[in-house]
Design a protein around this ligand. Sequence first.
Ligand code: CEZ
Length: 791
Amino acid sequence: LYGFRDQGRRFVLRSPVAMPQASTFLWNRRMLLQLNVRGYATAQFMQPEPAKYAHAPTLEAKTFMQPEQPYYAHHPGRFCYVRDEEGGGLFSAPHAPVNRAPDGFAFDVGQGDVAWTVRCDGIEVELGVSLPPDDVAELWTLRVRNVSGRARRLSVYPYFPVGYMSWMNQSGAYRPDLGGIVCDSVAPYQKVADYFRQRDFNDRTVLLHERMPDAWEANQAAFEGEGGLHAPSSITQHEQLACGDALYETPTAALQYRIALAPDAVEEFRFLFAPARDDAGIAALRERYLSASGFADAGAGTREYLEQGSGCIRIETPDPWLDDFANHWLPRQVYYHGDSNRLTTDPQTRNFLQDHMGMAYVRPETSRAAFLHALSQQEASGAMPDGILLAEGAELKYINQVPHTDHCVWLPVCLRAYLDETGDDALLDVPVAGADGTARSVAERIDRAMQWLLDQRDARGLSYIAQGDWCDPMNMVGWKGRGVSGWLSLASAHALQLWADICGRVGRQAQARLFRDGAAEFNAAVNAQLWDGDWYARGITDEDVVFGVRADAEGRIYLNPQSWAMLSGAADEARRARLLGAVDAELVSPWGVAMLGPPYTGMREDVGRLTQKFPGSAENGAVYNHAAAFWLHALYAVGESDRAWRTLRAMLSGPDAHDCLQRDQLPVFVPNYYRGAWRLHPRTAGRSSQLFNTGTAAWLYRCLVESLFGLRGDGDGLRISPQLPAHWPRARALRRFRGAEFDVLIERVTGVDRTRVHVDDEPCADGRIAAIRAGHRYAVRVELPTHSEVA
Ligand code: CEZ
C-alpha cells in the first residue's frame, strides 16, 4: 500500500482513498504548494504578504495556516480529465473530481517534486509537478500512455480551477499570443492607500501550455454545465470545449487535447501555472521555463537548493523507517522553516527563534543572521516583541496583536543550541542597534531580556502571563493583569540558567551569578506555590485560582510545566519520579503524549479560548508535537532514554498499517498535532492535523542529533554520549560537525558497565573530542552496557 523508495528519498502511497487527507508540500523562498493525495492543492506566494492565485469558489478569509483544512469538491486543485472518444468512459487524475476507483494508483512524493500515476481503462496518466528554485510558478508535466494493447482516441483536459478571484473585477480568456489561459483580476480594496500598495500585485493567474490545445474553456460555469465537477457537461455532452471566456464570471483554466494513441504510445505535455502581473511577465515565464530544457534546468536548480538543506547527520538504526525520515525528510522540514520563515512577514518571535535553532544544524549562517535580526527589534525595556518583522512595511498581524510574555525565554534556549553547534562565541560581542536605536552587544541584549523576565514577576515570584505564554490560546488566565504562568516561571528559570552557564564560560562571572540566583528564585517560588503532590500546576488565574491540578475535572494536568521543571531542575529526584508516573498515567496515549488531560469540553473563562477548541484538537489536549518535543528534550536531559524513545517514535507515523491509516499522515513531515482525547473520542484520536508549520521539527532534529545519538557540540569539541533505547543493540551515525566528519558506531557490549568511547582507536576517557580538526574523518566507537546490565 505504501513505503519509502529510492533509498528513502521518495515515499509512495498506492491508494487515493486509504489515507484521504495525506499530504505533502513543496516550497521555495517565495512560494509554497501543499498537495493532497487526491489532487487538492493550496498555493501561496509572497508579494510581500502571502497571497493566492488559485482561490476557493467563494470569498476567502485571510488567515494564518490552519490545521485540518477541509477539502471539498470545489477546493482548489490540479486535475486532468480523460475521456475515451469511442467508449465515452471518463476518469480524472489524480483522483478528484471524478473520484473513479482506479486500476492502478501511486502518489509518489519526492523532496523537490510530486508525481501521481493513475491507471484506468488501459490508459495511464502521469501528472507531476515541481517548483523552480526562485520564481513563483508551478511546472507541470503530463504524460498519457496507452497500456490497453489497442489503438485509442482520447480527449485529455488539464483542469486548473482559479476560483473566485475578486468581487471588484475578474475575467478569463484564452490568449493565443501568450499561449494559454490568462485570468485577470483586481485584488479588492477600499482604502486609497491600498491602491498604492496593491498596484503592482500579480493579480493574474495563468495556465500556459507548450503545445497548442484543440480547445479550451475559461469560464467555470460553462465548463461544469449541469453535470457539475464529477461529469462536466462541456466534456460529457460535447466533442469540444466551447473556447469560452469569463466576463465578471468565475474564471477557470481548462484545455483540451484530442489525441490518437497507438498501443504503448505516449504523449507528453508541459504546463506552467502561476500568478503574473502583465503580458511581458507572462512571456518571460514562458520563455524561461516552458520547454524540456527549461524544466530540466529548473529541476537541477531545485535539487541544488535542497542539497543545501540536507542536515548534519545520517543514521542507520534497527528502525529503517526512522532512518529514512531522519536522513531525508526531517532536515528538509527544518530547512523549510529556517529558509522560508513559514512564508510570513511577521513570524511569532518564539517561532522565529526556534525555527532558527533548527537551522543551526542545517545552515548556521542563516541562524546567526536571524538571531541578530530578532535582537535588532528588542524593545528598550529588554522585552522582545510578539513578532519579528521581516519585510519593509510589514505589520504585526493576527496573534501578534495579542500580548504574550514568553518571547525572551527563547533567546538563550535557541542560542545555546547554535553556540554548541558552531562554537561561534564571537557572536556574543557583536553590537546590535535595538528598536530604540541604541547599540548594545548581543550579550548585553540577552542580559536585558533576562532581566525583563526577572522584572515580570508578581509578589509570589511567579511570571505574569498577560494574554498568553508559549500557549497562544491560553488568553484569559491573566488578562486582568494578575494571573501567572507556572510554565513560564519554570521556562524562565531554565533560560536564566542556560544564560548563566554561557556567561560563566565566557568570563562574565557577575552576570552568571546574578542569573543563576534568579533561576533559583524562580524554582523555589514554583516549588512553594505550584507543586500539587504528584505534578506541577499550570498557573494561577487573575482570581487566585491554581489550575492544572488534581482537583480539576478537566485540564487536570498539563505537560509543559512537567517538562520544564525537569529542565530547570525545580523537580528534585523524588518529585521527578512522581511527575513521570503522573504523565504516564494521565497523558501518554497510543498516539503520543498529550499536551493536557482530560481535554476541556466547555469554556473555562479563567483559562481562555484554549478550552473552547474541540476536545483533543490542537492545544486542547491533542498530542501537540511541539509540547511533546519539549517533553522529549527534558526526558533526555534527565537520562530517561526509554521513555524518550517512545515519545520520539510516536511523533512519526508507521510503518504498520493500523497506525498509518488512523493518523492519515505520511512519514514525510512531522505534523503540528495528532488528535488526542483518545478516551472521549477514540474514533478520531491519532488523526493528523496535516499542518507542517511547527516548532517540533527543530526540536526533534536537535533531540535526535544531540541526545538520541548524543553528538553535541561543546566549546571547541564534540561530546559523545548516546542515549539509545535499551532494545537497540547497535546504531551508526555519520555526523558532520565543524568541517569534520565523524563515523560513529555505537554498540552494546556484554561486560561493559558504562559508556566507553574510542576515537581513531584511542580511548577517549571523558567522551569529549577536543580541538576538532576540520577536514579530518574521525572513526568513533562507542560501547554501551547491554540491556540487562542497564536494568
Ligand atoms: O499556533 C502555534 C503558534 O504558532 O501554537 C503554539 C505556539 O507556541 C506557536 O507559537 C502553541 O499555542 O491561535 C491559535 O489558537 C492557533 O491555533 C495557534 O495556537 C497555533 C497553530 O497555528 C494551530 O495549531
